[in-house]
Design a protein around this ligand. Structure first.
Ligand code: NDP
Length: 392
């Protein structure tokens, strides 16, 4: 089959290039004759119609902070039954829409079914846990496991299958699950903010893959989203998804919330608070939806009201951030970590789309060969919402 492939023999040399100079074309290429192994019990072989780009494609193609083969080794340590994933090649990709081609076990799904795949790969013995995301066997499919979606066929656990929403095109279906499921757990569930009607929620990167769903989930809950973007085009894009209160960082007098030495840029913080005051009549919010990390975490905690909550699932701008702990404990705020979502949360969030309660359309659809162009667009903060990749 046709597939984007990273070859193990190339990794060592690639890692000698500085991270910011790594040329994705040196590490990944299209191959025509990849043969997937046989599926095991609890697995399904799927034929992919469409996939989507995620920020984890950047981590994969930069082999940073951990390269794919090291991540795979970690997965096998936690899942010794998945040894077949250890190959001399790696196929990335964590979102897909398509058809079930082969399935080994009795399931509500059968061959020919139209499906979407969620990326929580969890051993079947752990699926009955209250929150299967807390299981040690959990890995992100196509990031920590092999046989991902940048190919004509992929291998997934049966528990990763979700009925394709009938109201969505193949392209739209193939590029929502990872970010929608993540945003849903972060905002709507007790595993995250457990946001409630009448609260305000600051959403960083609101025009991005997580942001466009975060805005809509807030709106369905009666929570007021306050959307942060970096330019007018992104502000306009957010409006398509229901954003009304928008902070455009382009209009600020300075560009960074932290100084080069890691200390807080108080001028920017005060300007930010003033913007909130103008928009919502107060300088603080009830909730913050974080994934920027280093550049914004200190501010996110600062702009919370007493008793407020920040949830984070990432650190796009850097992992090591400075927090003034006084703002946390004196005002009894909470910082919550979150990671993708469990199968039930994936199903519930997908149902919001199927029921038409939230809207989704990729900002663009690229041909298979153009996949690297899309990843670079995301890296350069030029992308809007989700980018779909046509497979068959
Ligand atoms: P996108 O690239 O689609 O969107 C990210 C947005 O963040 C950009 O649009 C950009 O918006 C904003 N941004 C980036 N850097 C900065 C900065 N320094 N300051 C302020 N804003 C910034 O990515 P996703 O939304 O798909 O993912 C975001 C992060 O979440 C990634 O790190 C990803 O790996 C992680 N993630 C984690 C998941 C998990 O399960 N743990 C699941 C999904 C994503 P603008 O230019 O307007 O500021």
């Amino acid at each position: 089959m046709r597939s984007w492939v990273i070859r193990k023999e190339k990794i060592k040399q690639y890692l000698t290039d500085p991270v910011d100079k790594r040329d994705y074309n040196k590490i990944i290429s299209i191959e025509e004759n990849i043969k997937l192994p046989e599926i095991s019990e609890h697995e399904a072989l799927i034929k992919i119609k469409s996939t989507g780009l995620n920020f984890n494609s950047i981590w994969t193609l930069e082999a940073y902070p951990v390269d794919s083969f090291s991540l795979l080794s970690g997965h096998i340590r936690r899942n010794p039954n998945d040894k077949k994933h250890l190959r001399d090649y790696f196929i990335p990709g964590s979102d897909a829409s398509g058809h079930v081609v082969q399935i080994k076990e009795n399931s509500t799904f059968k061959e020919g079914d139209e499906i979407v795949v969620h990326c929580a790969s969890i051993d079947s013995k752990d699926l009955s846990l209250k929150d299967p995301m807390l299981s040690n066997t959990q890995s992100v499919w196509g990031y920590e496991t092999n046989f991902g979606s940048f190919a004509e066929y992929a291998i997934v656990k049966i528990s990763q299958l979700i009925k394709k929403p009938k109201n969505l095109s193949w392209a739209a279906s193939g590029c929502y699950m990872l970010t929608l499921g993540t945003a849903y757990r972060m905002i709507a569930t007790k595993n995250g903010l457990d946001a409630k009607n009448g609260q305000t929620c600051l959403i960083w990167g609101a025009s991005g893959g997580l942001g466009i769903f975060a805005i809509q989930i807030c709106n369905t809950l009666g929570v007021e989203p306050i959307c942060v973007v970096s330019n007018n085009e992104k502000a306009e894009y957010c409006k398509k998804f229901g954003a009304k209160k928008i902070i455009n960082l382009e209009n600020f007098s300075e560009k960074k919330f932290i100084n080069l030495d890691g200390s807080f840029n108080l001028t920017m913080w005060l300007e930010f608070s003033q913007e909130l005051q103008k928009l919502i009549g107060e300088k603080k919010v009830d909730l913050v939806f974080e994934h920027i990390g280093k550049d914004t975490m200190g501010l996110s905690i600062y702009v919370l009201k007493k008793g407020g909550k920040v949830v984070t699932c990432a650190a796009t701008s850097g992992y090591l951030s400075t927090i003034d702990l006084r703002y946390l404990w004196m005002e009894m705020k909470r910082l919550i970590g979150s990671h993708f979502c469990n199968p039930l949360e994936a199903k519930e969030s997908s149902q919001l789309l199927a029921d038409g309660k939230i809207y989704h359309e990729p900002s663009k659809t690229l041909e298979f060969e153009k996949l690297i162009d899309g990843v670079i667009e995301i890296k350069n903060r030029k992308s809007l919402g989700k980018i779909a990749i046509n497979i068959s």
